[in-house]
Design a protein around this ligand. Sequence first.
Ligand code: NAD
Ligand code: ZN
Length: 343
Amino acid sequence: MKAIAKTKKEKGFEIIDAKIKEPGENEVLIKVKASTICGTDLHIYKWDKWSSERIKIPRIVGHEMSGEIASVGKNVKNLKPGDFVSVETHIICGECYACKNNRQEACMNLKILGIDMDGSYAEYVTLPAENCWKNEKNLPPEIASLKEPLGNAVDTVLSEDVTGKSILITGCGPLGLLSIGVAKVSGAYPIIATEINEYRIKKAKEMGADYVLNPLKDNIYEIVMDITKGNGVDVFCEVSGNEKALIDGLNLTTPGGRVSILGLFKDEVKFDINNLVVLKGLRIYGITGRKIYSTWYKTSALIESGILDISPVLTHKFKLEEFEKAFNLMETGNCGKIAFIID
Ligand code: NAD
Ligand code: ZN
C-alpha cells in the first residue's frame, strides 16, 4: 500500500510502498478515507528536537483519520466490514494508575498513532478495535477525521461551563478555531480571540468570535478590560503555545476565573505565579488529548445535531502524493486544517 513515512533523520517525508498489517484478534484493519494534518506532524516533518528524540524510523506518520472497516480480528464483536469510523488516536494501557482511576487521557503508558506506531497517512491502518468510534455514514470523511482534534477543543473550552461567560481564546490555529466554535454553540459571550496571522484572524470571525485582536497591533490589555468593564474574562483558553499569549491571558483573567491550557510550549515558561495564579485564586486545567470516551459523545452530538459547523476550519485538501505542497502550506500558517483524501 501507499503511505507517507519518515525514512531519514532529517527534514521531509517520503512516499513508500508499505506492507498491510493483518489485524490481531482484538484489532481491525481500516481502509483510510481521510487523514487531517496535526501540528505534531509538522514537527515530525521538520524533524525538530522533540521528534528526533521520540520517533523511530522508518515510521508511517499521521493520526487524525476516518475510514471504513476492511476486516476485523476474531474477538471483535461490535464492528464489521463497511462500518465508517473515526479514531481515538491515543492507545491506552487500561492497567495503569491513571487508567484505573478513569483518567485514561493521562495514561502512563500511552502510545500514539503515527508517533509510536505506524499511522494514518496510508491506504490502510491496523488498530485496536476499541479505538474506533462508529459514525453515521453520511458524515464527510474529512469532517469525521476532525472529531479527534475537536475533542481537544471540547475539553479545553468545557473543562467548566461557559454559558453566559466571557472567554478569551489565544491562538486561532485549527485548535483555536475549533475552540471558538465550541464556545459559540455553548453560549459563551463575549468570545474574544487573539491571533497574529491575518488569514486566521478572518477564520476566527467566521467561526463566531465576537472580537478578534492582533497582539502585534492592538493594545489587548486596554481592549479586553474595556470589553469586560474592567473585570477581565471569566474563562481563558490558551491554544497558541506562545509564552507571551499565556502570560497576557493570565493577566487578563478575572480573579477567581478559570484557565484551560491546551497549547504546548517550545521552552520552559517563567511567570509570576504568586500574582498571576495563587493570589488571583485561578483554577487551571492542563488539557491532554480527550476524555476517553465521554468527550467523544459530546463531540459527536455537537456535529451530528448540526449545532456546530466545523467546515470553515477545513481549508485545503490534497492527495498523499502532494504531501510536500501540504506541509509547505502548513509552514506558512495560511491555512486551517488540511486533509489528505485517500481513495
Ligand atoms: P498552530 O501552531 O497551528 O496554532 C497556533 C496559533 O497561535 C498560530 O496561528 C499562531 O499564529 C498563533 N499565535 C502565535 N503567537 C501568538 C500570540 N502571541 N497571540 C495569539 N496567537 C498567537 O497550532 P494548533 O494545531 O492550532 O494547536 C494549538 C496548540 O495546541 C499548539 O501548541 C499544539 O502543540 C497544542 N496541542 C496540544 C494538544 C494536547 O493534547 N495538549 C493537542 C493538540 C495540539
Ligand atoms: Zn494507562
